[in-house]
Design a protein around this ligand. Structure first.
Ligand code: SF4
Ligand code: SF4
Length: 346
């Protein structure tokens, strides 16, 4: 496998790395098998978070016996130093280790090094002095905050959503991180499932030698596909560039990236899926979304209270209630059309 140095951390990580978030949806034994297979076949970098339910425990169960051969990053959403240290202790216990390679502040709405009082940055520095963590990183969905964090020189790594449909503005973070020698971890390489052409997505990010995508893997066959791509990385051809442009055009503008920062919704609307339903219906096998349980979930949009919690927390500045209404309108029309064409399928 190819390796790259993760910026100023000096960590030598595999260019194909593992985002463990989706394994929270997989039973323990199956998750352990997938993680061990990934390790045995060469992947050495695993990214998780305190917020990803039992994904830290799965890594601990699967890989603690090879701890010194892997690199682990995790995250905390804590806003106070005391809470960050508590989270860190939980992560260490779950991961069955006595150190974390990279502790990341999980999508804060502020820059932790500017915090006063019980600062999470000061707490992380203390943990670093004690040898409990090696490096301090940050993740963000806001380009403005991401740029400020990289330019501040307070962080060793930046984790940011990057994919072949990222805007030119977003892609600017790639050169900036290189210039500042900050490790750049790319999340959402498949844009939360909207990109269905994995070879194209892989080829696009492979062009940037210092960018480390953490591919969300939840099935053995997904791991197989990524390792096949890693063994024979496709280059971006003219034909591929044209396809990327086509995808970009189709997904251009204000679409939901499924980051989930708008949750919880008091009306229990599954926003990250519901707000991009029109795209899902056109880009994935649609039958599953017309089943009664999805009809019920989409109908919850009618119960939106306009509390604006979602809108106020969306890092992409989306008018989420409106986006939900538009998607629900499209969904009902789609349902009507398909019901008249092929009712047995629904
Ligand atoms: S505005 Fe509507 S969709 Fe958004 S959080 Fe409130 S109830 Fe949920
Ligand atoms: S509406 Fe915004 S915050 Fe919610 S999932 Fe979509 S992109 Fe994320």
């Amino acid at each position: 496998m190819e390796y790259t140095i993760l910026g100023r951390t000096g960590l030598n990580v595999t260019r194909t790395s593992f985002g463990v978030l989706p394994l929270q949806r997989v039973p323990m034994e199956e998750a352990v098998l997938i993680l061990q297979s990934a390790f045995n076949r060469g992947i050495n970098f695993y990214d998780t978070a305190r917020a990803y339910s039992d994904s830290e425990e799965k890594i601990g169960r699967a890989l603690s016996h090879v701890r010194e051969k892997i690199i682990i990053s995790t995250k905390s959403v804590a806003q106070k130093g005391e809470d960050l240290l508590k989270d860190l202790e939980t992560s260490l216990k779950n991961l069955k280790t006595d150190y974390i390679d990279i502790l990341q502040f999980h999508n804060p709405q502020f820059l932790p090094h500017t915090q006063t009082g019980d600062s999470i940055y000061t707490a992380a520095e203390k943990a670093r002095e004690q040898g409990k963590i090696r490096f301090i990183g940050i993740t963000n969905h806001s380009l403005k905050l991401a740029i400020e964090a990289v330019e501040s020189d307070f962080y060793d790594t930046m984790q940011f959503p990057l994919s072949m449909i990222s805007s030119q503005e977003d892609l600017g973070i790639i050169d900036l991180c290189k210039k500042k020698n900050i490790g750049l971890i790319a999340m959402k390489a498949l844009s939360g499932g909207l990109i269905t052409n994995a070879p194209l997505a892989f080829a696009f990010l492979r062009q940037f030698s210092h960018v480390v995508p953490i591919w969300g893997i939840q099935k053995m066959k997904e791991l197989d596909q990524l390792l096949e791509l890693d063994a024979k990385p496709p280059a971006v051809t003219e034909k591929m560039s044209a396809e990327i442009e086509k995808e970009k055009k189709e997904l251009a503008g204000q679409f939901c990236r499924a980051c989930g920062y708008c949750l919880p919704c008091p009306a229990d609307i599954p926003i990250p899926m519901a707000a991009r339903m029109s795209l899902l219906l056109n880009r994935m096998p649609w039958e599953q979304f017309l089943e009664p349980q999805w009809q019920e979930k989409m109908a919850r949009i009618d119960a939106c209270t306009e509390c604006h919690h979602c809108k106020d927390h969306c890092p992409y500045g989306l008018d989420t209630p409106n986006l939900l209404r538009e998607n629900y309108r499209y969904y009902r029309e789609f349902l009507k059309k398909k019901s008249s064409v092929d009712p047995e399928k629904i």
